[in-house]
Design a protein around this ligand. Sequence first.
Ligand code: OKS
Ligand code: ZN
Length: 387
Amino acid sequence: HTLIHTMIILHDEATLLHETVELLGSKLRPALESPERIKAILASIHEAQTHDLRTISASAEDQNTTLELAKESHSTDYLKHLQTVFSEWLAQGLVTAHENVLPECFRIYSATSAHKPPRPPKDIYARAGYYAFDMSTGMMQNSWASIIASANLAVQATGLLSPSSSLPLSSTIKDNDLRRSVLALTRPPGHHCTGTQAGGYCYINNILLPITLLRRHHHQRQPNHTPRFAILDLDFHHGNGTQELTYYDADILYVSIHGEDEFPYYTGSASETGPPDPDHAAHGTNLNLPLPPGSSFSTYLESLSIGLDAVKQFKPDYLLVSLGFDTFHLDPLGKFDIETEDYKTMAARVRSTVPDVPALILLEGGYVIERLGVNLLSFLEGWEGTG
Ligand code: OKS
Ligand code: ZN
């Protein structure tokens, strides 16, 4: 039967393995960022029967490629830490197989030692806090398997946008599958983690990987053309990690609409516009559009229109969307007044601004399990203009 929607949705079962506890409201509880999120989305996609869902599995080679791409954004010691921390704790009897590694002392930037940046501490407990900035990024036995699978989804999704001959692709994906838009069900999400610190449920900044991959691809094939990327962050929270990793980059525009004075609290102000020097090429390539808690969808649309004007003006070769559904009115971690049908309008506005630009959509937050699926379907309906 005919597919009404043509977007490919990429999923990897390994993203379901990671299941942690977090400190929330001063209580240790099951993390809101749970495998149930993806399971609920998959159930809705199956039920709708109109989407081209592909389940892939990252081979050892895919994982190596993805890890190598991640090194462009993250330090080698940070990535090594993510891979080994759980087994080290387990081997030393500091956790059982079913527990989590959680940090307890975070990095301190002391005024009296400002001349030397902090180095990884020798103490094994302390090291967990060196590589994290909050207690929402526990590590359990299978966390790394999900982290690398999630990042690999972003990489493989990129392969569907470009001729695959020069891109590392899973054998399940062929040239004739090239699409103008691809959605990857990335979990864990990515927009909060920095080059050396996990936080806000994020470990690898998934959205940076397509950029690294496409840059290398263009460099090989069209060395005279430097590709330009626009990142549109629609999650309720400011993507501090994505901002930090792209702040000095003149060829990446970062636009974020998010709750003002909300998590991660120390970033996301409208004054953060890129390097302050007006002569710096990246000056003005960061656009934060914070909105007060309780903002309505009509208020949201005003900010979206400002953000989309900036995206259009930037003339990107690729659009990358950090898509979060924690802007939903019932979300436990969000405070906007946005409803299911609004995601259709939102997506239609985004896509109609740059209809011909190849686009990757990566999942970030969203915690109302029973509404995630319908909210995503609503967004896709607007994106694909079939409403
Ligand atoms: C406290 C809760 C931390 C909230 C993290 C926000 C996650 C998110 N442990 N980011 O986009 O949705
Ligand atoms: Zn969020």
